[in-house]
Ligand binder design. Structure first.
Ligand SMILES: Nc1ncnc2c1ncn2[C@@H]1O[C@H](COP(=O)(O)OP(=O)(O)OP(=O)(O)O)[C@@H](O)[C@H]1O
Ligand SMILES: [Mg+2]
Length: 167
């Protein structure tokens, strides 16, 4: 994917703050698809999304149960596909309810089942940056118009990577 926006986070708290903005602006049916290596900050971002939705308490990675539900102003479905061996397993876990219900769906390791997701989902690719606690968060432009407003808001609030110059 060609990222529409890349921002940097310098701490777990800052990644949670990015998530909080996503959660505050989330609407019913929104889908956030998170990718990136182990420890990149996917769960950390999800915690922020949960808090932004008004979920109280700590959102841990649902690696062993694959999907957890949390109640905020909307229902948050939090999935972690790290352990699935076949994308179709995700359906058996109730993925359709999570994707096509009126909650908000966050999927860690979404690339394990990338073909299953609708085009309007917002992909967020997290990665390690130069310093130990620095992470890059690259957002794809989903098909939804609203995402453009959301990304513009993030670009105002967080350090932005310069756009790659194409020759
Ligand atoms: N800028 C940062 N953003 C997020 N996490 C950070 C940052 N700097 C350091 N960390 C640390 O990196 C770790 C991120 O862990 P987290 O569980 O969120 O990663 P993950 O991508 O969900 O990993 P997994 O693939 O195992 O689920 C935490 O220990 C956190 O404290
Ligand atoms: Mg995680």
């Amino acid at each position: 994917m060609t990222p529409a926006l890349t921002i940097y986070s310098c701490s777990p708290e800052e990644t949670q703050t990015v998530g909080r903005v996503l959660g505050q602006q989330a609407q019913a049916g929104d889908i956030f698809l998170l990718t990136g290596p182990l420890g990149a900050g996917k769960t950390c971002l999800t915690q922020g999304i949960a808090w932004g939705l008004g979920v109280t308490g700590y959102t841990r990675s649902p690696t062993f149960v694959i999907m957890t539900r949390h109640q905020g102003r909307l229902t948050l479905y939090h999935l972690d596909l790290y352990r699935i061996s076949d994308p179709l397993e995700a359906w058996d876990l109730g993925l359709d309810e999570a994707l096509f219900g009126d909650g908000v769906c966050v999927v860690e390791w979404a690339s394990r089942a990338s073909d299953l997701f609708p085009p309007e989902a917002l992909w967020v690719s997290l990665d390690y940056a130069e310093d130990e606690d620095r992470r890059s968060l690259s957002f794809s432009a989903g098909a939804a118009d609203r995402h453009r407003t959301l990304l513009a808001d993030l670009a105002r609030r967080f350090p932005v990577a310069p756009k790659a110059v194409t020759p």
